[in-house]
Design a protein around this ligand. Structure first.
Ligand SMILES: [Zn+2]
Ligand SMILES: [Zn+2]
Length: 232
């Protein structure tokens, strides 16, 4: 999505979307994807206030319930990369609370050490740092269901690189507690939110709010491991 006037508007849009997602999460009375169909009209309405062209796309391409269910099913069983980025927004926005709700019902293996989400198999969307210094813990957070799992601090979640010199960390003065964790071997990155620097940080919101870091990383040749719901 390239029509955003500013990071501020992007954040306003996201905060409204998060309110809708919270209601979807709370009112989830079925574990079938068909539960999500009833939320499309409200999502279209919300999107039309912020990104009219995206709402138009939705109304034109997701008119019928069958098209909506096909999209949700394709995304749920497949991969975001295979889907038109505009359609992916609608699927991701609705599947996030759905998947998060399901994840709270399941059991996660506490020994899990893979780079993919132990609940839904999606790629991590961001990292969270807790505890001071090099002994501090890093966990990864799923880009779809928000499940968090421990992951070694010096290890690329994409290619497995473990050489500290090839895993640079970039910090911008404007965002003291959000960093770019990159890998020079596979040229991917994700952002980490350091809760030791800001204990009140909301990792998901801050990851979305720090768009200048994405632009910086991409200008330096790094590709993000997994896009957030805003497509960034
Ligand atoms: Zn997940
Ligand atoms: Zn790598």
């Amino acid at each position: 999505m390239d029509q955003y006037p500013s990071a501020f508007d992007l954040l306003l849009f996201y905060l409204e979307l998060a309110k809708l997602q919270k209601r979807i999460f709370e009112e989830m009375d079925s574990t079938e994807l068909t539960f999500l169909l009833r939320w499309f009209p409200e999502l279209f309405h919300l999107v039309s206030r912020f990104v009219p062209s995206l709402a138009e796309f939705g109304k034109e391409n997701l008119t019928h319930e069958s098209a909506r269910l096909d999209l949700l099913t394709e995304r749920w069983e497949g991969d975001a990369d295979q889907i038109d980025p505009r359609a992916e927004f609608f699927a991701h926005a609705l599947l996030e609370p759905f998947a998060s709700n399901l994840a709270t019902r399941g059991q996660i293996d506490p020994q899990w050490s893979q780079p993919m989400c132990p609940f839904c198999g999606s790629r991590p969307g961001l990292a969270v740092l807790r505890g001071e210094g090099d002994g501090g813990k890093r966990s990864l957070m799923c880009s779809l269901c928000a499940t968090e799992w421990n992951f070694r601090r010096i290890l690329c979640p994409h290619c497995g690189e473990e050489d500290k010199d090839k895993l640079p960390v970039y910090v911008a003065a404007a965002f003291e507690h959000v960093r770019v964790e990159a890998c020079d071997t596979c040229k991917t990155y994700l952002k980490s939110v350091d809760l030791t620097k800001n204990g009140l940080a909301d990792p998901i919101v801050d990851e979305i709010a720090t768009v200048p870091l994405n632009i910086w990383a991409e200008e330096h040749g790094y590709l993000k491991l997994a896009a957030n719901v805003m497509g960034m």
